[in-house]
Ligand binder design. Structure first.
Ligand code: UN1
Length: 499
C-alpha cells in the first residue's frame, strides 16, 4: 500500500531509501522512507542558483509567468488522488481532507493565473503641472518558504503560486516530518516546468530537505529577501527578528487560539456542526482549529450536552477508511502534550470530557485520542496556550462585551467567529471594537478558509498575510514613479530653490 502510494507520486526507490531522515506515518508509526537531506554546505549554491534564476524570471512578462502556474494547476488536477493519498499517509489526515488540501493548491493556482494579468498599480494625481505619478510593482527576489507539517503542501502552494507570477523564484524547506509530500509536489512542479519549456530558468523552484541548519541558511541570507514561515510562535520568534536584522521581509503565519462566541439567538444545531468540524477536524491540528468556545451562560449547558453527544459518535481510526472523521495525531509527543495540557486544565479547576488515548479499533502504533472538551472556570494559562491537538475549552459569558474581551484576551490573533442571529451582535463582533483577529466570521467556524481571502493574523500570529486578496503585494517591491513631461522643474510643497 505504502509503496503503491509512493510510486503513484513518482517517487523512486533511490529517493526514499538510504537517506538520513526517517519518515514515519502517523497512521501506525511505521517507517515509510529514509530520505536524503540537503547538506548545509549546499545552501550557498542553492541560493546562488535561485538568484541566477531571478535575473531571468523577472524579465518574463507576468502573464507568461502565469502560464507556468496554469500548467502547475493542470498537473495538480491530474495528480490529485495520488498526492491526496500521500498527504493522508504522511500526515494522517482523513482521505477527504487530504484531497481537500490538494484542491486548495489547485484553487490558489487558478487565483494566481488570473492575478498574473492583474498586477495593478495605482495612478496618482500629482500636485505639479505636467507631472504624472504612478506605482509599479516589481519582482522582489528569491522567496524562502518554511512550511509546517499540518498543511504540508497547500501552504507551499499559497506562497509558490503567488511568488512565481510575481517574478520570484522559490526555495522550499518543508517540515522534517513531511519531506515526501514535498518531494511529490516537486515532481508535479517539474512536469509543469517541462511543459512550460526553456524560458523557465534552472533553479526557479528548489526543494531543500533537512533540519534547522537548512532553515537558518535561508533566514540568514541577504540573497533571500522574502522568508515566508509557517509554524509555531517559538519558531517565528526566532525567524522574524533574524530576517528583520538583515532587512529582509518576513511573512509569518504562527500560532492561533481561535474562538467561537455562541450567542443566545444562535442556531445551536448549526453551531454544533461548525464546532465539531473546526475543533475535531484534522484532529485539532490546524492553525485555524477551534480551541475556545465562549458560550452564553443561558445556553452553555445545553450546548455542551449536544457537543458531548456529537463527540461520542465520532468515528476515530485509520484515516484511509472513508468513514473515519478523526485520524491520528502527528506523533506520540503531540499526544503527550495534549494529555499534559488536560492535566493542567484539571488542576486549574476544569472539568474534562474525553481526551483519552484510544488503542482499540485503531491501527497500532499511531497516537489516537478521543477529542476533549474542557469546561473551564475562566481563561487560565492553559487556555491561553495553543496546544496543537483536539482540545476545546469552554467558557461562559453574560454580555457580548465580556465575550469579545475574552475572545481577544489571548496572545494569538488568527481566526475567530460568532454564532448569532442578531445583526447588532454580528456587526459589533466585526467592528473596530470587535474581534482583534485577522479572520472573523459570522455563522461559520474559524477553520477551513477559502483561498480568495488574505490568510493570517495579528499579535503572536505574526502579522503575515498569504493566499488571496492583495497578499501578492508581499511578494513584490512597490516603486513610486513621478514623471515630468513639462519643460519646467517645479518642486513639491512649493519649495523654491532658484540659482
Ligand atoms: C494552517 O493550518 O496552517 O483555513 C492552514 C484553513 C485552511 C488552511 C489552514 N484553509 O483551515
Amino acid at each position: 500500500m505504502t509503496n503503491a502510494i509512493l510510486t503513484a507520486c513518482g517517487l523512486t526507490e533511490a529517493e526514499v531509501t538510504g537517506g538520513t531522515l526517517a519518515v514515519r506515518s502517523p497512521i501506525d508509526g511505521a517507517e515509510i522512507a529514509r530520505v536524503h537531506e540537503t547538506p548545509a554546505s549546499d545552501m550557498p549554491a542553492v541560493i546562488a542558483r535561485s538568484q541566477a534564476a531571478f535575473r531571468v524570471w523577472r524579465e518574463l512578462p507576468a502573464p507568461r509567468r502565469g502560464e507556468l502556474v496554469r500548467l502547475l494547476g493542470e498537473e495538480l488536477r491530474a495528480s490529485k488522488e495520488a498526492l491526496g493519498a500521500l498527504v493522508t499517509l504522511e500526515v494522517g489526515k482523513i482521505t477527504s481532507e487530504g484531497l481537500g488540501e490538494v484542491q486548495e493548491m489547485i484553487d490558489i493556482c487558478d487565483f494566481a493565473v488570473g492575478l498574473s494579468r492583474q498586477i495593478y498599480g495605482l495612478t496618482i494625481a500629482s500636485e505639479r503641472p505636467g507631472h504624472r505619478m504612478m506605482e509599479t510593482w516589481h519582482p522582489m527576489g528569491p522567496c524562502g518558504v518554511i512550511s509546517a507539517f499540518n498543511f504540508p503542501v497547500a501552504v507551499w502552494s499559497w506562497n509558490a503560486a503567488l511568488a512565481l507570477v510575481c517574478g520570484d523564484p522559490v526555495i522550499w524547506k518543508p517540515s522534517e516530518k513531511t519531506p515526501l509530500t514535498a518531494m511529490a509536489t516537486m515532481k508535479i512542479m517539474e512536469r509543469a516546468l517541462k511543459r512550460f519549456g526553456p524560458e523557465a530558468p534552472e533553479g526557479l523552484v528548489q526543494l531543500v530537505i533537512g533540519g534547522p541548519a537548512i532553515g537558518e541558511a535561508l533566514v540568514a541570507s541577504k540573497d533571500v529577501p522574502i522568508i515566508s514561515a509557517t509554524g509555531s510562535t517559538r519558531m517565528g520568534g526566532i525567524v522574524g527578528p533574524q530576517v528583520a536584522a538583515r532587512w529582509g521581509r518576513a511573512i509569518l503565519e504562527l500560532g492561533g487560539n481561535n474562538a467561537m462566541i455562541v450567542a443566545p439567538s444562535a442556531d445551536l444545531d448549526m453551531a454544533v456542526r461548525a464546532i465539531v468540524f473546526s475543533a475535531v477536524g484534522t484532529a485539532g491540528q490546524r492553525c485555524t482549529s477551534l480551541r475556545r468556545l465562549i458560550a452564553h451562560n443561558s445556553i452553555k449547558d445545553d450546548l455542551v450536552a449536544k457537543l458531548a453527544k456529537a463527540y461520542a459518535s465520532l468515528p476515530i481510526g485509520d484515516p484511509r477508511q472513508s468513514t473515519t472523521l478523526v485520524g491520528p495525531l502527528i506523533d506520540h509527543a503531540t499526544r503527550d502534550r495534549m494529555l499534559s495540557a488536560l492535566e493542567s486544565a484539571r488542576a486549574e479547576g476544569g472539568t474534562v470530557h474525553g481526551g483519552q488515548t484510544v488503542t482499540t479499533g485503531v491501527p497500532q502504533g499511531g497516537a489516537y485520542v478521543t477529542p476533549a472538551i474542557a469546561e473551564m472556570p475562566g481563561q487560565t494559562d492553559t487556555v491561553r496556550t495553543e496546544t496543537f491537538a483536539p482540545i476545546l475549552y469552554v467558557l461562559g459569558y453574560d454580555t457580548l462585551e465580556e465575550a469579545i474581551a475574552i475572545q481577544n484576551d489571548v496572545p494569538q490573533g488568527l481566526s475567530s467567529c460568532i454564532f448569532t442571529l442578531n445583526m447588532r451582535e454580528a456587526e459589533t463582533f466585526l467592528s473596530a471594537a470587535g474581534s482583534d483577529c485577522g479572520i472573523a466570521n459570522v455563522n461559520i467556524g474559524p477553520s477551513g478558509a477559502e483561498i480568495g481571502g488574505a490568510f493570517g493574523g495579528e499579535k503572536e500570529t505574526g502579522g503575515g498575510r498569504e493566499s488571496g486578496s492583495d497578499a501578492w503585494k508581499g511578494y513584490m517591491r512597490r516603486q513610486t514613479n513621478t514623471v515630468n513631461y513639462s519643460a519646467k522643474l517645479p518642486l513639491a510643497q512649493g519649495v523654491k530653490f532658484d540659482f
